[in-house]
Ligand binder design. Structure first.
Ligand code: ARG
Length: 470
C-alpha cells in the first residue's frame, strides 16, 4: 500500500486490483462511467480460454509451478460453469470482465489465482479476447451466408424460365429471368463470405505476450499460446498488438457491405410487393398490419433490414473515428470498440437469419412479371441486334428501332404487335424471322454466353454455385 493511503485501506470487496496506487476510491459516478462489465461480460468464455492457454504456457516455461497451474485450471473451469449457468456474480466494482474473473479465481484458489496475471496485461488480454470473439463470429456468419445462398438457389431453381423486366434507372430495360436476378445476389454474397474469410486471416493473430505495451521480461513462449488458441500466427510488434483495432474496423467494413447488399435486395422486395408492381407477394408471417388502416400488409422485415443497414454503417464510422486520434499504444478509448462490434455481430446475425427464412416465403406472380417485361419495349435492343445481323451498322439500327418505338407509343402497342409491313416501313432488312427476336423468350435465349440470362446458362450457373458452396 502506498504512503498516501496508509491507515485508510479500501474495503477489499470494493478495491480494484490496481487500487494500491490511490489514496481514495473512485467516485460512484466515475466507477459507473469507466466500467465495461455491463457489456464486455460477453467476452467471458474467450477470456477464460485465453487464460487457460496463458497459464499452461507459464507452467511450461517454468514461470509458475504445477500446483498453481492445476489450481488455476480448476478454478477457471468452475467459473466457466458459473457463468454458463448464470450463477456468476458480476460486479461493477471490478470494472470489467477480466478483473471480475480474476477476482473470483483468487477467491476460489487463493495465491495461484494471483499468479495468473504474471507476464500479462489487460491490454494484451482484451485484444486477445476480441480476436477470439470475432473469429468465432466470422465462422458463424460465413455459415449463415451459405444458408442464405442455398435458399436463393432453391428459389432460383424454380424460375429459370420466369421472365421479368430487367431495369436500369428503374425503367424497363431488357428481359431477364427471375433466377438470373436472384443469382446476382448469390454473387454479392459470395464476395461477402470471401471478404469475411480474408478478414479472418488478420483477425487470427495472437496479441498475448505484448503485455501492457513493451513485452515482458519473463521467458514466455508466444508460439505455444498461439498454437493452443489456434491462431495462425502472432502479432509481431507489441505496441501494435495492444493498440490497433484495424481488424475490428475491417470486420465492420465487411459487415457494412454485406448489409448494403441485403438492403438493396430488401428495397427491391418492397418495390415488387407494392401493388403498382405486383410482381411478388411475401408470406403473411413476414409482414405486419396497420393499427388504423385495415387493408394494410406491410413488408416490415425487409424494411427493418434496410433500416438496420444504417446502424451497421454507423458502427464502421464509429470505430474509424475511435481510432483516428489515438497515439500508440493502448488507450482507454479502445474500450469503446466493443458495443459497436457486438451490435454489428448481433445485427448482421439476426438480419441474415430472418432474411434466409423469408426467401421461401416469397411467391412470384409470373404473369405480372411477364406483363411488366412485355410493356416497356424490353426487346428493342434485340430488334437492333437483329438489324445488325442483317448488315446494318449498330448506330443506324439504334436509330431505326427508336423510330419504331415512337410509332408504337402512338398506338399504343408493343414492337411484337406490329405486322410485318408495318415493321418494314422502318427497314427493308426486316423479314418474318424478326418475331423470334421480338419475343421475351427469344431475347432471353439469345444471351447464352457465360454470365448471361439464357435459361440453359442460368441452369448451369446454379449447378456451379451449388458446387461452390457445398
Ligand atoms: N476494459 C478494458 C478495455 O476494454 C480492458 C483493458 C484495460 N486496460 C487498461 N490499461 N485500463 O479496453
Amino acid at each position: 500500500m502506498s504512503a498516501q493511503n496508509k491507515g485508510k485501506p479500501l474495503s477489499p470487496a470494493a478495491a480494484q486490483p490496481w487500487s494500491g496506487r490511490f489514496a481514495e476510491p473512485v467516485s460512484d459516478l466515475v466507477k459507473r462511467f469507466t466500467a465495461s462489465v455491463g457489456f464486455d461480460y460477453r467476452l467471458a468464455e474467450f477470456d477464460i480460454e485465453g487464460s487457460v492457454a496463458h497459464a499452461r504456457m507459464l507452467h511450461a516455461t517454468g514461470i509458475i509451478g504445477a500446483e498453481d497451474l492445476a489450481s488455476i485450471e480448476r478454478g477457471l473451469e468452475q467459473i466457466l460453469g458459473e457463468i454458463r449457468s448464470g450463477a456468476f456474480n458480476w460486479s461493477l466494482d471490478l470494472e470489467d470482465v477480466h478483473l471480475n474473473i480474476e477476482r473470483r479465481l483468487t477467491d476460489l484458489v487463493g495465491d495461484a489465482g494471483k499468479r495468473l496475471h504474471t507476464a500479462r496485461s489487460r491490454n494484451d488480454q482484451v485484444a486477445t479476447d476480441i480476436r477470439l470473439y470475432l473469429r468465432a463470429a466470422i465462422d458463424h456468419l460465413i455459415g449463415q451466408i451459405r444458408a442464405l445462398q442455398t435458399a436463393l438457389l432453391d428459389l432460383a431453381d424454380k424460375h429459370t424460365d420466369t421472365v421479368m423486366p430487367g431495369f436500369t434507372h428503374l425503367q424497363v430495360a431488357q428481359p431477364v429471368s427471375f433466377s438470373h436476378h436472384l443469382l446476382a445476389y448469390y454473387e454479392m454474397l459470395s464476395r461477402d463470405a470471401q471478404r469475411y474469410a480474408d478478414c479472418r486471416k488478420r483477425v487470427n493473430r495472437l496479441p498475448l505476450g505484448a503485455a501492457a505495451l513493451a513485452g515482458t521480461s519473463y521467458p514466455i513462449d508466444r508460439q505455444m499460446v498461439a498454437k493452443a488458441l489456434e491462431f495462425d500466427g502472432i502479432c509481431e510488434n507489441s505496441l501494435d498488438a495492444v493498440s490497433d483495432r484495424d481488424f475490428a474496423i475491417e470486420f465492420c467494413a465487411c459487415s457494412a457491405l454485406l448489409m448494403t447488399h441485403l438492403s438493396r435486395f430488401c428495397e427491391e422486395l418492397i418495390l415488387w410487393m407494392n401493388p403498382s408492381f405486383g410482381l411478388i407477394d411475401i408470406a403473411d408471417r413476414f409482414c405486419t398490419g396497420s393499427s388504423i388502416m385495415p387493408q394494410k400488409k406491410n413488408p416490415d422485415v425487409a424494411e427493418l433490414i434496410r433500416g438496420k443497414t444504417g446502424r451497421v454503417n454507423g458502427h464502421l464510422v464509429a470505430l474509424l473515428t475511435l481510432m483516428k486520434g489515438q497515439p500508440l499504444a493502448y488507450n482507454k478509448d479502445n474500450q469503446e470498440d466493443k458495443e459497436p462490434l457486438f451490435d454489428t455481430v448481433d445485427t448482421v446475425t439476426s438480419s441474415l437469419a430472418v432474411f434466409t427464412e423469408m426467401i421461401p416465403g416469397i411467391s412470384v406472380n409470373k404473369e405480372a412479371m411477364r406483363a411488366a417485361a412485355a410493356q416497356g419495349f424490353a426487346t428493342a435492343t434485340d430488334l437492333a441486334d437483329y438489324l445488325v445481323r442483317k448488315g446494318m451498322p449498330f448506330r443506324e439500327a439504334h436509330e431505326v428501332v427508336a423510330q419504331a418505338v415512337r410509332f408504337c407509343e402512338t398506338r399504343p402497342c408493343d414492337l411484337a404487335d406490329l405486322k410485318l409491313p408495318e415493321l418494314q416501313q422502318f427497314s427493308k432488312l426486316i423479314d418474318t424471322d424478326v418475331y423470334a427476336s421480338l419475343t421475351l423468350e427469344g431475347a432471353l435465349t439469345a444471351r447464352s454466353h457465360i454470365g448471361g440470362t439464357a435459361p440453359a446458362r442460368v441452369k448451369s450457373a446454379i449447378a456451379k454455385a451449388r458446387k461452390a458452396i457445398r
